[in-house]
Design a protein around this ligand. Structure first.
Ligand code: ZN
Ligand code: ZN
Length: 387
């Protein structure tokens, strides 16, 4: 066990520990600016309006909340409950789940555990889900990684999501909640179909985060498949980060997103090269630019003193990755033979899934993809030591 600096850790601990033992507040439907929503409860809920209890909402009851001139109006099929500044719905059963569906505008129904509060925010309803951090992380992990995976993979993803959530805990505080449910924070769609497995992984790793040598939360980037080699952070974004280094990855190369191809006409490819001032009438330049190989990840395509970063080509053609070679298939067509899916920085999800199946634990998985990081439990101030 390697001891690390207690003083810095105490600062880290105090700035983010507040969420442990309390509930995290997630702003829902933020991009939809809801005017009216339908809520249907599974399990009984206590209904509080402007801090006093209105009554019990029996399981299966549907209620409609509408923003009107008096505030948030609540109606059920046989009752107008009145209009209030704030409504709070508190589960009365441990299994209780609230289904929420947008009426104006119409949105897909989603299910949420924990408490739901509704009030007015500018010209729309502000809907906030109050829940335990681990329950929130389980929702995020399922939205980001899907269902049916090995628990050690879910643990690695839960730690990545926790590290992100704690690093950005104050992002939306002026709006009355910690994080929103959009990709802007982390995609959160509520309670998913395999929530039990993912929740077990989130609870089993409670308090565990990834930090760098200065004990700052790392930027825990991840992507679908690296194609056999991850990318340096500065080749995708601008900043070189010591823990986001290119590493070889043999675990993902037989996974679903390991390879892709894309055909482009040579006329289109030449026009594209012209935009970057490549001398397209120079036959040696064109031969090179239509047969270029990338046996390992490179930063840019270079010929005749001109360059294009591969990340630009990826963005301009909407390619799955920036890790590809070119092959001239006939006089009219080049084929791009690519590897991987995503930006390639940090954890490779399909590689991590394979590692988990092969029996590696979450610490080995995370340390394979994040160079020289520390995996610590920030709740245990007496054990300032690496896990
Ligand atoms: Zn956000
Ligand atoms: Zn990989």
């Amino acid at each position: 066990m390697r001891r690390i600096y207690p003083l810095t850790l105490i600062i880290l601990l105090f700035s983010s520990q507040s969420v442990f033992g309390q509930q995290i507040r997630i702003g829902l439907f933020r991009n939809d600016f809801p005017q009216s929503v339908m809520l249907t409860s599974i399990g009984n809920y206590k209904v509080f309006a402007d801090s006093s209890m209105l009554g019990i909402l029996p399981s299966g009851t549907g209620i409609r909340l509408i923003l009107d001139s008096s505030g948030v109006r609540m109606n059920s099929i046989d009752r107008d409950w009145g209009a209030y500044s704030q409504l709070l719905l508190v589960p009365n059963d441990s299994f209780a789940v609230m289904k929420i569906k947008g009426i104006a505008p119409v949105t897909k129904e989603r299910s949420f555990g924990g408490k739901i509060s509704i009030d007015q925010d500018a010209a729309s309803l502000r809907i906030i889900n109050h829940l335990d951090l681990e329950e929130y992380l389980a929702g995020v992990v399922e939205a980001e990684a899907g269902y049916g995976h090995h628990i050690e993979f879910y643990k690695a993803q839960a730690i990545i999501s926790r590290t992100y959530a704690l690093a950005h805990l104050y992002k939306h505080l002026p709006e009355g909640f910690h994080l929103c449910d959009q990709v802007h924070c982390q995609a959160y769609k509520g309670k998913g179909r395999s929530n039990a497995d993912v929740l077990t992984a989130a609870k089993a790793t409670r308090g565990i985060v990834i930090v760098d040598d200065s004990l700052h939360f790392i930027t825990a980037a991840f992507h679908s498949n690296c194609g056999g080699q991850t990318a340096n952070s500065e080749h995708v974004w601008t900043k070189p980060l010591p823990y986001l280094r290119s590493v070889k990855d043999n675990y993902c190369t037989s996974q679903p997103n390991a390879y892709w191809t894309r055909e482009i006409s040579i006329a289109e490819w030449k026009n594209y090269l012209k935009r970057y001032n490549f001398p397209v009438h120079d036959s040696s330049c064109i031969t090179y630019c239509t047969t270029f190989k990338q046996p390992y990840r490179m930063y840019c395509l270079s010929s005749c003193n001109k360059t294009i970063p591969f990340k630009n080509i990826r963005a301009d053609f909407g390619l799955k990755s920036a890790f590809f070679s070119l092959e001239r298939v006939n006089e009219h067509t080049v084929v791009l033979r690519g590897r991987g899916f995503g930006h390639g920085v940090g954890l490779c999800q399909e590689g991590a899934m394979k590692m988990a199946k092969l029996g590696f634990d979450f610490k080995i998985i995370l340390k394979h993809y994040f160079t020289g990081v520390h995996i610590i439990d920030i709740r245990e101030k007496d054990t300032f030591a690496e896990e």
